[in-house]
Write a protein that binds this ligand. Structure first.
Ligand SMILES: Cc1cc2nc3c(=O)[nH]c(=O)nc-3n(C[C@H](O)[C@H](O)[C@H](O)COP(=O)(O)OP(=O)(O)OC[C@H]3O[C@@H](n4cnc5c(N)ncnc54)[C@H](O)[C@@H]3O)c2cc1C
Length: 429
């Protein structure tokens, strides 16, 4: 969604203005972050009497086949459980972090933090279904199968073109929330001829509205995901294993004897493409070599899929003269190495619901929201980016350094605790 500035002359102001707005707050995107925001806002905003719309091009049921399993942190569980909680979430009691072929490992155990679990693993679709159920019973006006297009910002609100069943209409809202999510897309290869033609064309046109500035990084990696079954599982233990190709995560998903694990295997796009063509047996044989034999043989895999990995983080959460806020993946797309994308998005959404409930659908609420989220975003995006780069480079001396870092964590409990707490709870204010 790219906002453009519109004419201020045709917009109502003052006491009459309310009649001209379809909604106070319009949320585009009913992924987990947009849904959580709608649910929290509906509960919190009764005193403000806010009218809330939620728009999505799809329905929650369409997420059932999404191949992602998500590690939901203990902090997110605390935020979510009053609203909704997926029925199939599996607790993580211990996390084992190590390097393939190099020394150094660290263990994080729930008992060290006196917690029921360090986090939980749930299917993306189950999280969406649970949240959708919670939103259905509220006053939120939910538009399914409706595609939102670029909004036009005016001085007292935003006009949003939407298309449903081939019919276009314009919704007016005081505050627009971009929860459109999305995944990292590899930038298209550009050929010199096309660039020259575009430059010539640009020179003959008026300058377009300033684009939002963002921080981007292509990690040159793809995540292969699927659900694997292990011969000698350790139920409720999650594994993060750094290899010379990238991290491999195995997240417990229950199943018979706790033998099902969600796999996230990060490797080069070329290797990912090649592995996607392998039979299940050949794929598992390569995985066994890459991961090692710590949990016995990999006996089965299903639901294989691939996701390109990169960082895409907006510099500012609020735009459009203070009337448009971004949350979740629309604000930042992270490498999954630390399992932080959704967790950070949920903290964004919770803070935004809080600010809107307190200050109403006003630019003041959005300014407060942006201020509250700045530190946590900086910490989480920075830590994830550093981990992704440090642990995805195949360079001898770096492997030794990583081994030292993992060992040092074992002998420096305060540092390990600080890191674990950031990953489990983030920073909220
Ligand atoms: C392999 C992998 C593993 C991951 N593991 C973890 C993990 O362990 N822990 C974690 O916290 N995070 C993890 N993540 C990140 C997590 O998946 C995302 O952060 C999360 O899904 C973002 O949710 P969202 O609601 O912001 O966006 P999305 O889930 O992308 O939802 C966006 C919604 O907006 C709708 N939409 C988009 N555009 C429009 C439009 N123009 N009009 C109408 N509707 C629209 C879409 O239909 C969709 O329903 C992982 C990601 C990947 C790729």
């Amino acid at each position: 969604m790219n906002a453009v500035s519109g004419s201020a002359n045709d917009t109502p102001t003052g006491a009459n203005a309310h009649a001209h707005f379809d909604h106070d707050v319009t949320i585009v995107g009913a992924g987990p972050v947009g849904l959580a925001l709608a649910g929290w806002l509906a509960r919190r905003s009764a005193t403000q009497g806010l009218s809330i719309a939620l728009i999505d091009a799809r329905e929650p049921e369409d997420s059932a086949g999404d191949p992602r399993a998500i590690a939901v942190s203990q902090g997110s569980r605390t935020l979510l459980e009053a609203l909704a909680w997926p029925h199939d979430a599996t607790p993580i009691e211990r996390i084992h972090v190590s390097q393939r072929g190099h020394f150094g490992r660290t263990l994080i155990d729930r008992h060290d933090y006196d917690l029921p679990a360090l986090g939980y693993v749930a299917r993306y679709g189950a999280i969406v279904q649970a949240l959708a159920q919670a939103v259905r019973g509220t006053q939120v006006h939910w538009l399914h199968h409706t595609q939102a297009h670029d909004p036009v910002v005016e001085n007292d609100g935003v006009t949003l073109p939407v298309v449903s069943a081939g019919v276009e209409r314009h919704l007016r809202t005081r505050i627009l929330v971009n929860a459109e999510g999305g995944l990292y897309r590899t930038p298209p290869q550009r050929d010199a001829q096309a660039e020259t033609e575009e430059a010539d064309e640009a020179n003959t046109k008026a300058a377009p509205p300033a684009a939002e500035t963002k921080r981007t990084r292509d990690y040159g990696q793809t995540a292969l995901v699927g659900v694997v079954t292990l011969a000698a599982p350790q139920p409720h233990v999650a594994w993060e294993r750094f290899t010379n190709e990238g991290p491999i995560a195995l997240l417990p998903m229950g199943g018979v004897r706790g033998a099902d694990y969600a796999l996230v295997w990060c490797c080069s796009p070329a290797q990912a493409e090649r592995r996607a063509q392998l039979s299940d047996a050949d794929f598992l044989a390569e995985l066994s070599v890459a991961f090692g034999a710590r949990m016995g043989r990999f006996t089965q895999i299903h639901g294989r899929a691939a996701f390109p990995l990169g960082l895409n983080a907006l510099d500012a959460l609020v735009s459009g003269h203070g009337r448009i806020a971004a949350v979740g993946n629309a604000a930042q797309t992270l490498h999954p190495v630390a399992g932080q994308g959704l967790n950070l998005g949920l903290r964004d959404a919770h803070a935004l619901a809080d600010s809107l409930a307190q200050h109403g659908a006003t630019p003041r609420a959005l300014a407060e929201f942006a201020g509250r989220r700045a530190f946590d975003r900086r910490m989480t995006i920075g830590a994830t980016d550093t981990l992704a780069r440090l642990f995805t480079v195949d360079f001898g001396p770096l492997a030794a350094l990583r081994g030292l870092a993992l060992t040092a964590l074992e002998f420096a409990p305060p540092v390990k605790t600080a890191l674990a707490r950031q990953m489990m709870f983030g920073q909220r204010s």
